[in-house]
Design a protein around this ligand. Structure first.
Ligand code: HDE
Length: 729
């Protein structure tokens, strides 16, 4: 009602154009509470359409407090974007621990079976700016803020379990190298350029991470389908003061899946918000993304049991050596209300820990402990960023920190120091028995040196293990990614230096990359001219004893470990033309929905479309607003007019791309003609064994047909379809 009246008001005002008349009408206006327009200081605003002028055609007046305030605020709307991880998307959720973990840790949020803790999780790419594409080849951030009853615990991880560098002092160099080159600010959100590979080729310690970043892990199908890792070794400390080392893992319940490189590049054009939209829509639809928290626990006495160093962030602990124990579930169930207030202003810090969780001496982690507060001071403008709602702990805060920019808290009384007697000694220190944080008394000794442990110098064994653990198509993708990235590098010496490293990982890998670059594999690896490797540059001498076996593999390193998997939330494009097979399409949609997947109609145009049984549908997309790279599979429906698609170049490209990206392509009846037009096969309807198990055709939709479609989507992709792209391995 009130809304109607207020529009009446502006209508009348416009009609009359007379101030006196308008005032009269406004006397009767009732504005619901909380909806009136005001200045930042609460003064009601009567006209937000015109600035204050000296006469209707005269100059604006400086006196116009509303204009000045509105524009000034607008001028200051932007804050510096994160120096890394600028592009991100986030959601609220809950973490529930399955069983008490009190044998490992005194952390209260892990202490009782079924205990729930609210969380806020932000996913990100690393190199690109805030407006860059979600589908860049890049590491993904996976940062979780647990709002525990004992304060915030931030697990600020990535979707790759190792890092490029071993020591924090190299981080600014790494980031300068990967960001757009400083003279021309190119390329955006891409590592395929000289400065990145120049740096990497001089940093042998980065080789393990390079294998991961060149793999399809750097092109996730969805944030919901990627793993997360704490990367560093942390400590868990129990109530008796016993410490154990721990690596944190997040295991997605939908499995770990990626898209193809060609697809990633096309998605970047069709929908640069692909991951952001996917996360948002899944949560809006109630298909809440879930991960299990996994722990790899290593007893203190076993610290030196492995060939690699637990403190070295370029190494994993293979799951075959220490299994991952799944201890709880993370569920994201609510989208943010406001992107800036929450996703942009959230401030993570690897140093935000709670009693029972402690650090190791990993030299990369130690540097991070300094960096995160420092960067928030600049980005969020002062020391009170912990008071921004998204950063505020649910646990009460009491301390003697005071004042500073944008202080929200009104501290009462005159005491802001400790010890004090005037305030009764408050706020009081908390004894350990009452839950106070106590740092684990790890023994420390040694001379002050700028050095790295000898145990950090095997840079190739785990890089090789990763490569050897990949399925054949995954290796092909790594080789192609390296050919692409190094092919974009203009300086030939950098390419050669990189191939020299690859030769230390695997001879075939090096040969095939070198071939693509038109160079020879160098006879001897060029010893890097930096000081991070031993002076003799002899990698073999430092090879780790337990993975010196050149054939060592670790099964979970391949994403094939995730298939077949659930198809929940997968999207299948259903291509329909007028008078399509209504019963068939309904059966396909039902079969998909029974598995939690979606069938979405793509028609030549938007607007109502009738099926042959008279049912009227509203297609979600027209062929111009959709592209098969945005779906997991394609089904072309039968119908007398299905052949109309054949004249649509976009429709032919649609299915061609889906096939090329190894997705399930299905068709019934005359729909099969579109697959054939796209050169997916010939005479398929007569052939009871069409080309492959992800090409599914039939005269009509049957139970067997939908079962095959569901099974093909569950396998994610039929990568073996890439033979024409295959390189001899
Ligand atoms: Fe970060 N990192 N990082 N990082 N990092 C930041 O903090 C830094 C590292 C990670 O969604 C910054 O608030 C240093 C490893 C994530 O808001 C900054 C070093 C891992 C996010 C920073 C590292 C990460 C950040 C930039 C080497 C995986 C995004 C903006 C010593 C375990 C968090 C900010 C979000 C963000 C510094 C290495 C993960 C500058 C100095 C290793 C997920 O503080």
């Amino acid at each position: 009602m009130a809304k109607e009246r207020s529009s009446e008001r502006s209508g009348s005002a416009q009609r009359s154009g007379a101030g006196a008349k308008r005032d009269q009408l406004e006397e009767h206006v009732e504005i619901p509470d909380g909806t009136s327009l005001t200045t930042d200081h609460g003064a009601p605003i009567n006209d937000d359409q015109n600035s204050l002028k000296a006469g209707a055609r005269g100059p604006s007046l400086l006196e116009d407090f509303h204009l000045r305030e509105k524009i000034t605020h607008f001028d200051h709307e932007r804050i510096p974007e994160r120096v890394v991880h600028a592009r991100g998307s986030a959601a609220h959720g809950v973490f529930e621990v399955y069983e008490s973990l009190s044998q490992y840790t005194r952390a209260d949020f892990l202490g009782a079976a079924g205990k729930q803790t609210p969380v806020f999780v932000r996913f990100s790419t690393v190199a690109g700016s805030r407006g860059s594409s979600d589908l860049a080849r890049d590491v993904r951030g996976f940062a979780v803020k647990f709002y525990t009853d004992e304060g915030n615990f931030d697990l600020v991880g990535n979707n790759i379990p190792v890092f490029f560098i071993q020591d924090a002092v190299k981080f600014p160099d790494l980031v300068h190298a990967v960001k757009p080159e400083p003279h021309n600010e190119m390329p955006q959100a891409a590592s395929a350029h000289d400065t990145f590979w120049d740096f990497i080729s001089l940093m042998p310690e980065s080789m393990h991470m390079i294998m991961w970043v060149m793999s399809d892990r750097a092109l996730p199908r969805s944030y919901r389908m990627m793993e997360g890792f704490g990367v560093h070794t942390f400590r868990l400390v129990n109530a008796r003061g016993k410490s154990q080392f721990v690596k944190f893992h997040w295991k997605p319940l939908l499995g770990v899946h990626a898209v193809a490189w060609d697809e990633a590049q096309k998605i970047s054009g069709k929908d640069p918000d692909f991951h952001r939209r996917d996360l948002w829509e899944a949560i809006e639809a109630g298909a809440f993304p879930e991960w299990e928290l996994g722990l790899q626990i290593v007893e203190e006495k076993d610290e030196f049991k492995f060939g690699f160093d637990l403190l070295d962030p370029t190494k994993i602990i293979p799951e075959e050596l220490v299994p991952v124990e799944r201890v709880g579930k993370l569920t994201l169930n609510r989208n943010p209300d406001n992107f800036f207030a929450e996703t942009e202003q959230v401030a993570f810090h690897v140093g935000n820990v709670v009693p029972g969780i402690d650090f190791s001496n990993d030299p990369l982690m130690q540097g991070r402990l300094f960096s995160y507060t420092d960067t928030q001071l600049l980005r969020l403008g002062g020391p009170n960023f912990h008071e921004i709602p998204i950063n505020r702990p649910v646990a009460p805060m009491h301390n003697n920190q005071r004042d500073g920019h944008m202080r929200q808290e009104i501290n009462r009384g005159r005491v802001s120091y400790n010890p004090n007697s005037l305030g009764g000694g408050c706020p009081m220190q908390v004894p350990q028995a009452a839950g106070g944080y106590v740092t684990f008394p790890a023994a420390t000794e040694g001379a002050k040196v700028r050095a790295r442990g000898e145990s950090f110098f095997d840079h190739y064994s785990q890089a090789r293990m990763f490569f050897m653990s990949q399925a054949e198509h995954e290796r092909q993708h790594i080789i192609k990614a390296l050919r692409f990235e190094l092919g974009k590098v203009e300086t030939v010496e950098i390419r050669e230096r990189m191939v020299g490293h690859l030769a230390q990982i695997d001879a075939t890998l090096a040969q095939l990359v070198a071939k693509g670059l038109g160079i020879a594999v160098p006879k001897r690896a060029t010893p890097p001219p930096n000081m991070s490797v031993p002076a003799d540059g002899n990698a073999k001498a430092h090879q780790h004893r337990d993975i010196a076996d050149r054939e060592a593999v670790s099964v979970p390193l391949s994403m094939m470990d995730s298939v077949p998997g659930p198809i929940a939330t997968r999207k299948v494009a259903i291509m329909v033309t007028k008078e399509f097979d209504g019963a068939g399409v309904a059966a396909v949609v039902r079969a998909l929905e029974a598995e939690g997947a979606q069938g979405l109609l793509v028609a030549p145009e938007l607007g109502d479309i009738s099926a042959d049984n008279g049912d009227v549908y509203v297609p979600e997309f027209s062929i111009l607003t959709a592209s098969s790279v945005l779906f997991d599979a394609v089904y072309v429906a039968d119908g007398e007019k299905a052949v109309e698609w054949l004249a649509e170049a976009d429709a032919v490209e649609f299915v061609k791309d889906a096939y090329k990206h190894c997705k399930a392509v299905a068709a019934t009846g005359r729909g099969v003609e579109l697959l054939e037009e796209a050169e997916i096969g010939t005479g398929m309807l007569d052939d009871p064994e069409p080309a492959d198990e992800a090409t599914i055709v039939g005269a009509k939709v049957t139970r067997g047909f939908t079962q095959k479609l569901v099974a093909a989507v569950a396998n994610h992709r039929l990568w073996s379809r890439e033979p024409e792209l295959h390189l001899p391995l």
